[in-house]
Write a protein that binds this ligand. Structure first.
Ligand SMILES: [Zn+2]
Ligand SMILES: [Zn+2]
Length: 738
């Protein structure tokens, strides 16, 4: 991150002779001078480094060498001591934004302005070392003015690899569907802004992929987007401009972010931050997050987005340009082909996106920001392992919200969000990302670790390859990811609550509690199983979960969806009706029983609506817990069925009590465990629910127990790939015979 030129300038300032060079991830410096000067130089290398560099002095060794004259920046070495680090994409820095707005600057209004301190990296690097010929900027020949900046060690664009200007760099193209006319440059941007203002839905190519963009204040384009994507209810992210003075002035018209939410909004990653919506959210279409108390907001991060928002003067909807659940699209042709039925205009540009990266998402829970998804600006996520692997391993993750991990030695790299693995395109991107991580880091996996679910696309893919495969059960992977992050000694108690994952007894798990350490988890508690008609397909049909609970208690619950009683028959005869212990499905059932959501258009819709409805925490007794014949504690949801059905009680009260009963049950399970544990970890997608997670944390702390909720890794299935690595490395998982 502009580190070598910084070293160069520091050396000149202190009259140090020698050289600096990039050695694939590390920087090597030869410095000659008096001892005190060298001390000051060494100190300055860290303390005065550019903000994005975050350097660490690895080692300092005296060497015998003939004294060099002057100080030089040498070419990168390709002789591989592969401690490779891939830089993420960075938001436009203040210096560049100043030039962007300066009519006298030669990059005035140029949407691809960047410098050593900002601009895309991860999404344009084709190979390492990170030099221009190895990026998607290779095809853009530098003009004389840009070359002079690029070659001048005293210039802030010295070796800014993606450096560009209107004369030599990428350009925009605006096209309207069905029209042969195209516009470029400032005209393209203006036409796009006019279209958005006129209520059109447009596709805009950004850093890690396309966005579907429209005016956030108008219902017409938002409803078009919802109808045609189709995405009838799932909340849409919006992008809000920064203002002079209070940078969040525009945002405050419809939300009031907390201190940590504000910090995260402004962080270099520039993620989507979920925050509470103001009661009368001014100037925002009602259709953006219907029924929810929260909206997802991000600030413009690239100069193109800055120009778009500035030109428009108010917020835009900016949601991933993809078919729902699939990875974000990065190329113009597939975008026009696959999104042509929705989009009314395209703002393309000709800087190729080498690999997709969706916008990262965070939510604040219990006083800390928690990642829901990693992507552009945070990818790839590099982690140091507390153990060394004997062989390089690739972990393939699960099925929903998937990521993959590559691990070797003491290092692990997690891919950004890939998406749901149901679609063919997801599998293509999955394969590409996996190959790409191995190429970038110059590491070839000699084993795959996958989920134990035989039907998952990732599991089947692993089996079709020629490498050895180890399978890890879904919830053990969850537990191990959380335990790794907690980093504590001794056994932990881990609640892994989510939608459904393949369990060791053939049930669909998702309400489990484990005791122990990675590689040696003991199943100690679960939700009482129920028979789920339709199995995994029931996640979009909460009424199925509700009906199953009502039927098993023999209580009356009208179920018009089951027109001819076919589902009930299947349920009775156990046809395509596995048992499940998934708390995600219990939330679905509760939402349907309460009449909040009987059919969902996205997974988690019912639970999200319930959470939004819940009133303030109150004392609620735990659910009944018994010891099952296999020695596992089993807590019983029966009481919740009548609670959620009780239409004479307000929804807010019922929903609040539902959350509180589950929280009290977690505390009660902890009390019943008679062996010592260092902490209680909460993981699995259910704990993205702030209302539940915060209540559990409060109750555990009151009991003198240390609660742990992940904040480095997502709590949901995005962490499965990483958990698979930990579980495998600690001797868990089952090697598969071929
Ligand atoms: Zn910059
Ligand atoms: Zn130029």
């Amino acid at each position: 991150m502009g580190y070598r030129p910084f070293v160069f300038r520091l050396a000149h300032e202190l009259s140090v002779a020698g050289w600096v060079r990039n050695a694939v991830g590390d920087v090597e410096i030869l410095a000659a001078g008096p001892g005190t000067t060298l001390d000051a130089f060494a100190e300055g290398l860290v303390s005065r480094a550019p903000p994005l560099a975050e350097p660490r002095l690895d080692s300092m060794t005296p060497v015998e060498a003939s004294p060099p004259s002057g100080f030089a920046i040498l070419a990168s070495t390709a002789d591989v001591e592969p401690s490779i680090h891939v830089p993420p994409d960075f938001f436009a820095c203040d210096d560049c934004l100043r030039e962007l707005a300066d009519p006298d600057d030669r990059r005035f209004g140029y949407p691809f302005i960047n410098c050593t301190q900002c601009g895309p990296r991860y999404t344009l690097i084709r190979a390492l070392p990170y030099d221009r010929p190895n990026t998607s900027m290779a095809g853009f020949e530098l003009c004389a003015a840009c070359r002079a900046e690029y070659e001048d060690p005293m210039d802030r664009r010295f070796h800014a690899e993606p450096v560009a200007c209107p004369a030599c760099g990428p350009d925009l193209t605006w096209t309207v569907k069905g029209s042969p006319m195209t516009l470029s440059g400032a005209g393209a941007l203006e036409a796009c802004i006019d279209a958005i203002r006129a209520g059109r839905l447009v596709a805009v190519k950004g850093i890690g992929g396309y966005h579907l963009v429209c005016d956030a204040s108008q219902d017409r384009p938002v409803s078009r987007l919802r109808r045609l994507k189709p995405r009838p209810h799932k909340p849409l992210a919006i992008m809000v401009g920064r203002s002079a003075g209070d940078p969040l002035a525009q945002l405050r018209a419809f939300a009031s972010p907390s201190r940590i939410e504000t910090e995260r909004l402004l962080a270099p990653e520039r993620p989507i931050v979920l925050m509470r919506k103001a009661v009368d959210a001014d100037g925002l279409s009602e259709l953006i997050a219907p029924g929810l108390g929260e909206i997802g907001v991000m600030l413009p991060y690239s100069p193109l987005h800055e120009l778009l928002i500035r030109g428009l003067g108010h917020p835009i909807v900016a949601t991933s340009g993809n078919i729902s659940g699939e990875p974000v699209l990065t190329d113009s042709e597939p975008v026009e082909e696959r999104l042509g039925h929705i989009v009314e205009g395209y703002l393309h540009h000709d800087r190729p996106i080498v690999r997709p990266a969706d916008d990262p998402v965070y939510r604040s829970i219990a006083g800390r920001m928690r990642p829901i998804r990693y992507g552009r600006g945070s990818a790839p996520v590099e982690l140091d392992l507390p153990f060394a692997l004997e062989e390089p391993v690739a972990a393939l993750g699960g099925h929903m919200k998937n990521t993959v991990c590559l691990a070797w030695g003491r290092r692990c790299v997690m891919s950004p969000h890939i998406g749901d693995m149901g679609a063919a395109r997801s599998l293509d991107v999955f394969e590409a990302v996996l190959a790409d991580l191995q190429a970038l880091y110059d590491v070839q996996a000699s084993r795959f670790v996958c989920d134990a679910h035989p039907g998952y696309a990732t599991t089947r893919w692993a089996k079709s390859q020629s490498l050895p495969v180890t399978r890890v059960f879904h919830h053990r992977a969850h537990a191990s990811a959380a335990a790794f992050e907690a980093g504590l000694d001794g056994p932990m108690l881990v609640f892994t609550w989510d939608g459904v994952g393949f369990g060791e007894d053939g049930r669909l798990w998702g309400g489990e509690t484990f005791y122990g350490v990675p590689g040696a988890w003991r199943h100690v508690a679960r939700m009482r199983p129920f028979v789920l008609p339709g199995g995994e397909a029931a996640s979009r049909q909460p009424w199925r979960s509700a009906a199953a609970l009502a039927w098993s208690l023999d209580c009356v619950w009208p179920c018009p969806e089951d027109v001819h009683g076919v589902v009930r028959q299947a349920w009775q005869r156990r046809i395509n009706s596995p048992e499940t212990t998934a708390v995600g499905r219990l939330f679905d059932a509760a939402a349907a029983l309460a009449g909040v959501c009987r059919v969902a258009s996205f997974e988690g819709q019912g639970p999200m609506l319930l959470e939004a409805l819940a009133d303030r925490p109150a004392d609620e007794p735990p659910l009944q817990i018994t010891l099952a014949s296999d020695g596992v504690l089993e807590w019983d949801w029966s009481r919740l069925v009548s609670l959620m059905k009780a239409a004479d009680h307000p929804l807010t009260e019922r929903s609040g009590r539902f959350h509180d009963a589950l929280a009290a049950t977690i505390r009660e399970v902890c009390r019943r465990i008679d062996q010592p544990f260092s902490a209680v970890a909460l993981c699995g997608g259910v704990f993205q629910n702030r209302r539940l997670a915060e209540r559990v944390i409060d109750l555990l702390e009151a009991d003198g127990i240390t609660p742990f909720l992940p904040a480095r890794l997502p709590v949901n299935d995005a962490a499965i790939s990483f958990g698979q690595i930990v579980e495998f490395a600690q001797g868990g998982g089952e090697a598969q015979n071929r």
